[in-house]
Design a protein around this ligand. Structure first.
Ligand SMILES: *Cc1c(COP(=O)(O)O)cnc(C)c1O
Length: 398
């Protein structure tokens, strides 16, 4: 035993105000942009939607960006664009947020879970290959924590088998693979604009694609399956519209898109700051026993939505639950991303899944911890995180 008394045992906490694991940054330019829309003629599906989509396509290097109401709707639109139906299977990594596989179920398909590489927690292409069947229609690659997957292997595999590759890029806006931005090189990429993500519109999502027909289809899909929107009809002086497919109301409105435009202008600097924080964390944990940051692939530029470490609880005299509570008491808003999806009660009940299906994801789940990571975090905030982790772990070290 060494060091100061833990806050959980009545000692002085490292921080008195909780440092969250992620949070949005809103400035006066963001606020002014939203207020301008409130004073304008269009609150929903007006000029800001197109402008935001153009800006998003430019930043990601994609031909098209289609704005929708959240990242989950973006994934659903991808499944629809890939023509996923009840006769199909969709391969999804076990280590992700449930929305990645829920989207396949919305289309009536069966999600099949692939295991992850224990060093990076990115989907293992070899396990994807093992799980392919004649019914496989799509593969979802999740750029976990903001690190692009092994797209060399995944693209080759999907092309060879005629399967659609979808990127769940909800963690990875601003990342790149072999110099190509995430969103520019896979058939369909889904992004989230939730407040903990890289940029926010409150709630929001975007799909990027280079395929003209897929983009047009997703614009219809987000608007009830109707081929024109209200503004287009107004401009054409026409009342006539046709519903050509079953769609949803998944629109993102002009208030949100105005915010998206001003947020997007700050993306580059924010991602740089995330990388800077990550390298400070890497340096600080080098040589700290029982704490291991995830591995980084050499061919990627990481976008660091999350900074995840693995803690070897077995080597300490303590459970994950105790360390989690102790770190919270020290003022760290730490989190765990994620409970492997196949272990959720719904997935066990509906598909008969359970422990043993994806051993690497299950073992990782027992050890992972997401530390605070957001661009307005200061160097002093980061030092607090490192100090609290060291304080707690050294208190429990054998
Ligand atoms: C945030 C997130 C989603 C869902 O996005 P929402 O905008 O919250 O619907 C999907 N997949 C992953 C990996 C995410 O992190």
């Amino acid at each position: 035993m060494s060091g100061a008394r833990l806050a959980i045992d009545g000692g002085e906490p490292v921080r008195t105000r909780l440092l969250p694991y992620g949070r949005q940054s809103i400035d006066e330019a963001d606020i002014a942009a939203v207020v301008d829309v409130l004073r304008s003629d269009w609150l929903t599906t007006g000029p800001k939607v197109e402008a935001f989509e153009r800006a998003f396509a430019e930043v990601t290097g994609a031909r098209h960006a289609v704005a929708v109401c959240n990242g989950t709707a973006a994934l659903h639109a991808c499944m629809h664009a890939a023509k996923v139906g009840p006769e199909h299977e969709v391969i999804v990594p076990a280590m992700t947020f449930a929305a990645s596989s829920n989207a396949a179920i919305y289309q009536g398909a069966t999600p099949i879970f692939a295991d992850v590489d224990p060093a990076t927690l990115l989907v293992d292409p070899a396990d994807v290959e093992r799980k392919l069947t004649a019914r496989t229609r799509a593969v979802v690659a999740v750029d976990y924590a903001g690190q692009p997957c092994d797209y060399d292997a995944l693209q080759a595999l999907c092309e060879r088998r005629g399967i659609t590759l979808i990127t769940d890029a909800c963690h990875a806006l601003g990342g790149s693979h072999r110099g190509r931005p995430v969103g520019s090189f896979v058939q369909l990429s889904a992004f989230s604009l939730h407040p903990v993500k890289h940029i926010t519109t409150g709630e929001g999502g975007v799909i990027t694609t280079n395929d003209d027909a897929l983009a047009a289809g997703m614009r219809v899909f987000r608007n009830h399956g109707i081929t024109t929107d209200h503004r287009q009809r107004e401009q054409q002086g026409s009342w006539f519209y046709e519903m050509v497919d079953l769609g949803w109301n998944y629109r993102l409105n002009d208030l949100q898109c105005a915010l998206g435009i001003t947020q997007l202008a700050k993306l580059r600097g924010w991602v740089e700051r995330r990388r800077e924080l990550a390298s400070m964390y890497d340096a600080a944990f080098r040589g700290v026993p029982h704490v291991a940051p995830l591995a980084k692939r050499p061919e990627v530029e990481h976008a660091y939505h999350l900074y995840v470490v693995r803690i070897d609880y077995a080597a300490l005299c303590v459970t994950r639950k105790e360390v989690f509570a102790a770190l919270r008491a020290e003022g760290l808003g730490i989190n765990v991303h994620y409970v492997p999806v196949h272990l959720h009660p719904y997935y066990r009940r509906k598909f008969g899944y359970g422990p043993g299906l994806c051993p690497n994801a299950e073992a990782a789940y027992e050890q992972i911890l997401s530390l605070p990571m957001f661009p307005t975090m200061t160097d002093a905030d980061l030092r607090d995180v490192v100090a609290a982790v060291q304080k707690v772990l050294s208190a429990y070290a054998r």
